[in-house]
Write a protein of this length. Structure first.
Length: 74
């Protein structure tokens, strides 16, 4: 899945450059380069976050219920 990961990062870089051009139509090469790097890195971090979230178990509601039941009752 490495090729798809890189394609997502490239799409993020492209979107960031397009956004920079919309904000500043006269954006220079340095601004576009910084936007591309930020978009590339940001897309990678977002993808990692989504993968981590997918790896976590979905039984958080059962865990919350268990902690609520263990509280001392008056």
């Amino acid at each position: 899945m490495g090729l798809l990961d890189e394609a997502g990062k490239i799409a993020g870089a492209f979107a960031a450059v397009e956004a920079a051009e919309k904000v500043d139509p006269g954006a220079g090469l340095l601004t576009k380069g910084i936007a591309a790097v930020a978009g590339f890195e940001g897309a990678g971090k977002l993808e990692e976050m989504v993968e981590k979230k997918d790896d976590q178990p979905q039984d958080t509601a059962a865990d919350t219920q268990a902690t609520d039941d263990s509280a001392p009752q008056a």
